[in-house]
Ligand binder design. Structure first.
Ligand SMILES: O=C[C@H](O)[C@H](O)COP(=O)(O)O
Ligand SMILES: C=C(OP(=O)(O)O)C(=O)O
Length: 449
């Protein structure tokens, strides 16, 4: 359990305040921010340290090739969509993908949502201009509103408290879905049969029928399917708004160590991973398993310095490197990082994010990605690790369980005109339900190889 009592040695949790913190909102009302921080600091933890420790051991297994991480969810969760239907669809998609990947990998799949806290976004520009009007950019529901009006775009600290409250409600629904009959393996398998209507099904029929046979085999052997009704599920988000993360940090009564209880796993984004910056400092001081996004400009020295700073004891499962190079660059950009980390004998869990390096603008002006590029980056990730003799430990994707049309291609052959049909994301394009399943089948084939 957690306690709010301070340990004897100051762990320096507020040290980040004297450092440069990029991508922070400019809150117009300092006293409202203090009030929101106080309210959060007095709130119950969202997750408990023991569960973050369990996740650390699962990620350690993934670093050794004994498990595979599937981390997925919205680019930006929104308050308006934190309802049971949307959450259920997302959970269902992740569970479906996990069954396909488990079969491909023949090892446990660690399931983790970009959920219950993914409410803040780093942006390329501080402003947005439409029809000659310039307003502050939308930075996620934790900070300001998406509506393009001056009032909505003003950062409001009360949103930090709302984000906590809605994250708690989301986590509650996630737990209900992952521990009740909803996660029953037989049911998930039935859903995957629904994929038979997908035009690309023929390509995946062999895998699907192998899973079918495996389940019938388990059934015939008397497997206790009731014991498989509950799945272990973790939640994660980018630790971007440091006032939020700091206010939800608690000391573990077992050890006195500080844990950020806003999620089991927190990551530092590509734009905020400066070694001397506030984000790296804060995350170096919490005991959760953590990740860092690494883009194509990362040098081997950057990667080594981050690993030494964030995981000085080289604890397995503590540090995940989530690479997001772009399909065109991964085969050149990733090998030097992987080789340097391996040469130094440093333990990290390597995960691919094939989304963020593959963003393009379509001819009609949509921010989108090509499904083929996304898959090609995953393929490149496996090729690089296999060539280096290192372990491809997981997949990080932006997805939704709904039938949106945000990513080009896939078996439904979404084209530029098709994007307009149901383009709903507020920031980056997500794989839809069918594209997510198709990706899982393809990654299962890569894992099997
Ligand atoms: O999700 C990632 C970033 O927040 C996003 O790609 C930034 O988008 P922008 O370039 O539209 O600001
Ligand atoms: C902003 C994100 O990614 P990156 O830091 O890799 O750009 C994200 O994952 O939402």
């Amino acid at each position: 359990m957690t306690t709010t009592s301070e340990p004897e040695v100051d762990p320096g949790l507020d040290n980040f305040r004297s450092l440069v913190a990029l991508q922070q909102p400019t809150w117009p009302d300092a006293s409202a921010l203090v009030a929101a921080r106080e309210q959060l600091a007095a709130s119950a933890p969202l997750v408990v340290p023991a569960a973050s420790d369990t996740l650390r051991s699962r990620l350690a297994a993934a670093s050794r090739g004994e498990a595979f991480l599937l981390q997925g969810g919205d680019c930006a969760e929104t308050f308006a969509e934190a309802n049971a239907d949307r959450i259920r669809n997302k959970i269902r998609t992740i569970l479906q993908m996990a069954v396909i990947l488990t079969h491909g990998a023949s090892m446990p799949v660690v399931k983790m949502g970009r959920m219950a806290g993914q409410y803040a976004k780093p942006r390329s520009s501080d402003d947005e201009t439409r029809d000659g009007v310039t307003l502050p950019a939308y930075r996620g529901d934790m900070i300001n509103g998406h509506a393009f009006t001056p009032g909505s775009r003003v950062p409001d600290p009360q949103r930090l408290v709302d984000a906590y409250r809605i994250s708690a409600a989301t986590w509650n629904v996630v737990r209900a879905f992952t521990t009740g009959g909803f996660a029953d393996l037989r049911q998930v398998h039935e859903w995957n049969r629904g994929f038979m209507r997908n035009p690309a099904y023929a390509r995946y029929e062999r895998t699907a029928s192998e899973i079918d046979r495996a389940i019938r085999f388990m059934d015939a052997c008397g497997a206790d399917f009731d014991a498989l009704r509950t799945v272990e599920f973790f939640v994660s988000h980018e630790a971007l708004v440091l006032d939020y993360e700091r206010a939800l940090t608690r000391f573990d009564s077992r050890t006195g160590d500080p844990y950020d209880t806003s999620g089991h796993f927190l990551w530092i984004g590509e734009r905020t991973r400066q070694l001397d910056g506030a984000h790296v400092d804060f995350l170096s001081r919490i005991a959760n398993p953590i990740g860092v996004k690494l883009g194509p400009t990362t040098s081997p020295d950057d990667a080594l310095a981050l690993a030494r700073r964030l995981n000085p004891d080289d604890e397995p499962g503590r540090l995940t490197f989530i690479t997001r190079m772009g399909a065109g660059r991964i085969r050149e950009a990733l090998p030097p990082l992987v080789e340097a980390v391996a040469r130094e004998g440093i333990t990290v869990t390597w995960v691919t994010d094939p989304m963020h390096g593959n963003t393009i603008t379509s001819d009609s002006g949509y921010k989108t990605r090509r499904f083929d590029d996304v898959l090609d980056e995953v393929r490149g990730f496996f090729e690089v690790h296999r060539a280096a003799g290192t372990v491809p430990g997981g997949l990080h994707v932006e997805l939704t369980g709904d039938d949106v049309t945000e990513v080009l291609g896939g078996s439904e052959e979404i084209d530029d005109a098709g994007l307009a049909l149901r383009y709903e994301t507020l920031v980056d394009p997500r794989l839809n339900h069918q594209q997510s399943l198709e990706m899982a089948f393809q990654v299962a084939e890569m894992l099997r190889r």
